[in-house]
Design a protein around this ligand. Structure first.
Ligand SMILES: C[S@@+](CC[C@H](N)C(=O)[O-])C[C@H]1O[C@@H](n2cnc3c(N)ncnc32)[C@H](O)[C@@H]1O
Length: 317
């Protein structure tokens, strides 16, 4: 059964079941009176749980680039005076927040990817299970649509999106087929193009991978993730934490590398004596995954991987 929240404008928001809810909130809170940022507010599931555990003098700022997510979260928790929300892309986190928060934040949550609402709304164009326009934008702030990627990219660019972001082996064949079928107007049209090239049991996985690749390109998801990690480090206070929940290996690889070294090259800086100068330390012992019970209740949790890191005091060099 789909649960829904009625937003202020009387539209419905398909309820998103928060993934790794208790595990993430438990890892995030180090100071019950601290300042927290939920950079992927969605329907506010994680934020609600966070607020239930924070003191009256704590502060929580929720960020999302999606109007429908903001409306749903605000209708659920907008009355809590500890909570405020900001519309924007977390890739520009430092610009969205007041400068005095630099070095003051106790915890930042990144629950990456799409919400159930975004996936279920055919009009948003994310799902290949329903007919919809080729949109796939998480935000109306700006940017290209899936239509432009599908219908206007060169063969080489389209192939690379499908290969690198979709991790789809048959990227060349699929890109060629898409180009032959242009213009492709809908999600069904895109799905049919993929299905005419890939056969057998892998067909549906290939469709999912092509949709994933195009969605990542449209929303510049990997660039925005790299940006937010760097800026999060700057915003955190010493011993403040980042909790990142990712849903595919491309995201997790970026998070893993950054948590190891504090940069995207994965290069660990050392001082003259060989002491590590990394500004961050992964405190989860590798990946934290949802329990079998959670996956059984919520299939969207099956690919989730959570990592936790804290900012560390760097010695003076
Ligand atoms: C998995 S959902 C979060 C669900 C939320 N934790 C909850 O419990 O309801 C991810 C949310 O992050 C938002 N999002 C993804 N990338 C973003 C970005 N670069 N900037 C701002 N919001 C983003 C999406 O619009 C979506 O609402």
């Amino acid at each position: 059964m789909t649960m829904t929240t009625i937003m202020n404008n009387n539209e419905t928001y398909h309820e998103h079941q928060p993934v790794l809810l208790h595990e993430s909130v438990e890892q995030l809170i180090t100071d019950r009176s601290g300042i927290y940022i939920d950079a992927t507010l969605g329907g506010g599931g994680h934020s609600l749980e966070l607020l239930s555990q924070l003191n009256d003098d704590a502060q929580l700022i929720g960020i999302d680039q999606d109007d429908e997510a903001l409306a749903a979260a605000n209708s659920r928790i907008g009355d809590d005076t500890r909570f405020s929300s900001i519309k924007g892309n977390f890739g520009y986190l430092s610009r969205l927040l007041p400068p005095e928060l630099r070095g003051e934040v106790a915890g930042i949550l990144l629950d990456l990817g799409l919400s159930t609402h975004q996936i279920k709304e055919a009009e948003r164009g994310f799902t290949f299970q329903k007919e919809g326009p080729l949109d796939m934008r998480m935000s109306n702030l700006r940017g290209i649509t899936a239509y432009q990627v599908v219908n206007e990219y060169s063969y080489e660019d389209l192939r690379d999106v499908i290969y690198h972001y979709g991790e789809e082996r048959l990227s060349r064949e699929i890109a060629r087929e898409i180009i032959d079928r242009r213009p492709i107007e809908t999600t069904t049209g895109l799905r049919e193009a993929v299905e005419s090239v890939v056969y057998g049991q892998h067909q549906i996985k290939s469709v999912a991978r092509v949709f994933q690749g195009i969605r990542i390109e449209v929303n510049r998801e990997l660039d925005m993730l790299r940006n937010v990690l760097e800026q999060a480090l700057d915003l955190l206070k010493i011993e403040g934490r980042i909790v990142a929940i990712s849903y595919h290996s491309l995201e997790d690889r970026i998070v893993k590398k950054f948590f190891k070294a504090g940069n995207h090259e994965g290069k660990i800086e050392k001082d003259f004596y060989g002491n590590k100068l990394t500004p961050i330390r992964e405190i989860s012992d590798g990946i934290i995954r949802p329990s079998d019970e959670e996956i059984e209740k919520n299939s969207a949790a099956r690919s989730a991987k959570m990592r936790v890191a804290e900012k560390i005091d760097q010695p003076e060099v």
